[in-house]
Every structure is written in structure tokens, then in C-alpha cells.
Design a protein around this ligand. Structure first.
Ligand SMILES: C[S@@+](CC[C@H](N)C(=O)[O-])C[C@H]1O[C@@H](n2cnc3c(N)ncnc32)[C@H](O)[C@@H]1O
Length: 307
């Protein structure tokens, strides 16, 4: 017979431990994090399981644009890396249908627990616990992967991209949605993204501007046996953060800079804003409107574009 006083500490421990996450990795560990160089740029903190309200995202047509750009098809296996609260997961589930599968992966236990509750009843969704450098997905199992508003939070992007490539089927496509902003403001400048993906052996196949200053960049993952080996990967210089932002959010006004270099330095031209634009952008750190109309949320002082 179980005595009640013996049960109380056990019940209390479960209650105090918070939400229980049952999600597990789906594959053995891939290459370890310390095999890869660290990114040469800030990495944003994980602050929330969602990007913005689902109603606002639907109004902006975000998922519809991503689905069009990625060309998801019934029967496919799609991985949502950094699935968060599941905005894309619940929309992908009917798209891939009963013959397909959505692998909803994340690294934050509380978010995974809430996600498991949300997708209960969606038979084609599997919630997966990954690691910051490794999504822990089975080899050659994924037709398409999306990383939505989370790339700037990946502490080990080169490890994640390397291990993700092993999970992709041949020709697998990887779509990255992010804000065109510096990483510390929860975005990734497209030139920096291209540089890091190229360093990891990925090839860009499409680029689609989205509303509110965001974009979808689509890449082909390298075949597992053609991935650059971890010790040959060189991090990219984050010219946007390093050169264009000063403490206190003040801008520099030069027109060109060495930025986003891979192995060979490449000069990119920087569209230097007028003094009036600089003043407007730099006077407030959030909620300011880009005078060019590019974004309705906070925007970087100076925007970079490849020459
Ligand atoms: C801002 S939320 C975005 C969530 C969702 N993709 C969306 O668009 O609503 C970022 C998510 O990425 C997750 N995340 C951060 N780093 C990660 C990593 N290295 N691998 C997988 N998920 C990660 C966080 O736990 C968080 O759930």
C-alpha cells in the first residue's frame, strides 16, 4: 500500500518541474558543436516561441508566400526547424496531407511541451527535440525544411547547417525566413545569410521579398558526402553590425565597405541613408518606420546590398 505522505513530495516535484516535454531526438547525434567555428557576429537571445501574432501574419500572407516559394506538395516530409508555438506546423499539416509528415523541431523544452499540446490530434505531425547545432533528424528523410524567424538565434549555425544537410533527401530545399535586420535585432542581412550558407556548402535557388521587411531565401542543401568538412568552414564577417552600428544606435555615413567576406574579400556597396533618414532611423530603436517604406518595424540604420 502507498502511504499518502510518501506521495506528496513526488507530486510536488512534478508540479514544480513545470510542463513535461516528451519530445525526443529522432536520430543519433551528428557532428559535435565544437567541431565548427563560431559565427563572427552577435547571436540573438531566444525570447519567445512566436514571431508575432498569428492574425497579423495571416493578414500579411506570410505562410501563403512561404508555401508558394517553397512549393510544398502532398506526401512530402517537411521539417520546421525552430517550430516555436507551431504557426507554420498547423498550416503545413493539411498541405502535406495524410501521406506526408511535418517534423516540428525546437530546442526549448517549455516551447516543445506547449507545441505537443497544440498538435495533439494532428496525426501527421511529430514533435522533435533537437540541439542548437543539430536538429537530430533521421538521415535522408526530409524533402523540405523551413527556418522561420529563428536563424539569428542559432548559436552554432555552421553545425546546424552541416547536420541538417545529412537529414535532407537529395535535392532537398531549405527555406529561411528572416527580417532584413542585424542579428542583435532579430534579423539576418541577406548578404550575411548567403555568405554563411555558401560557407556551409548550400546553393541559393530563390529569393522572395515578403511584407514588413522580411524575406524568404531558398537554398539547395549539399549532398551529405559533399558537405565542406567542419574544419574548412570559415565564418563570415558581419559587416552590417561591425561597421554600421555604433553604441547608442548611431550610423556611419560611408558609401562602401568590406563586408560579408567569405574566403576572398568582396566589396559590397552600402546604400548610405541621407542625414534626414539617419536621424529618423536612429532617434528611436523600435517601431520606427523606414522612410523608404521597406519595413514598418524597427529597421537598421544603414542597409547593405550586394554590388
Ligand atoms: C522567434 S521564435 C520563431 C518560432 C516560429 N518559427 C515562428 O515563426 O513563429 C524562434 C524559435 O527558434 C527556436 N530556436 C532557437 N535556436 C534554435 C536552434 N538552434 N535550433 C532549433 N530551434 C531553435 C526557439 O526555441 C524558438 O522557438
Amino acid at each position: 500500500m502507498i502511504r499518502i505522505p510518501t506521495l506528496i513530495p513526488a507530486v510536488l516535484a512534478v508540479v514544480l518541474a513545470g510542463p513535461v516535454c516528451a519530445a525526443e531526438p529522432l536520430a543519433p547525434a551528428g557532428a559535435p558543436a565544437d567541431a565548427f567555428p563560431k559565427p563572427d557576429r552577435p547571436v540573438a537571445e531566444i525570447v519567445a516561441p512566436r514571431w508575432s501574432s498569428e492574425a497579423a501574419r495571416d493578414k500579411a500572407g506570410e505562410f501563403a508566400e512561404v508555401a508558394r516559394g517553397m512549393g510544398f506538395a502532398p506526401g512530402e516530409t517537411v521539417a520546421d526547424i525552430g517550430a516555436g508555438s507551431g504557426y507554420d506546423v498547423v498550416r503545413l499539416s493539411p498541405l502535406v496531407g495524410p501521406g506526408g509528415r511535418v517534423l516540428a523541431e525546437d530546442v526549448t523544452p517549455d516551447y516543445l511541451a506547449a507545441l505537443e499540446t497544440r498538435v495533439k490530434g494532428l496525426a501527421n505531425v511529430t514533435v522533435v527535440r533537437g540541439e542548437p547545432h543539430d536538429p537530430r533528424l533521421p538521415p535522408a528523410s526530409v524533402d523540405a525544411a523551413i527556418l522561420v524567424h529563428m536563424y539569428h538565434e542559432i548559436t552554432q549555425p555552421f553545425g546546424l547547417l552541416y547536420n541538417l544537410a545529412a537529414a535532407m533527401r537529395p535535392g532537398g530545399r531549405v527555406g529561411i525566413v528572416d527580417a532584413d535586420d542585424i542579428p542583435s535585432r532579430h534579423g539576418t542581412p541577406p548578404a550575411l545569410l548567403r555568405c554563411e550558407l555558401t560557407a556551409a556548402g548550400y546553393r541559393e535557388t530563390g529569393f522572395h521579398p515578403l511584407k514588413d521587411g522580411a524575406y524568404l531565401a531558398v537554398f539547395a542543401a549539399p549532398p551529405a558526402d559533399q558537405r565542406p568538412s567542419p574544419e574548412t568552414i570559415r565564418p563570415c564577417r558581419d559587416g552590417a553590425t561591425r561597421r554600421w552600428r555604433l553604441p547608442g544606435d548611431r550610423c556611419l555615413g560611408t558609401r562602401t565597405a568590406q563586408a560579408f567576406t567569405l574566403s576572398q574579400p568582396k566589396v559590397v556597396s552600402i546604400a548610405a541613408p541621407s542625414p534626414m533618414m539617419q536621424a529618423a532611423a536612429c532617434s528611436s530603436d523600435s517601431g520606427s518606420t523606414n522612410p523608404s517604406g521597406r519595413s514598418s518595424r524597427c529597421w537598421p540604420c544603414c542597409s547593405a546590398s550586394s554590388a
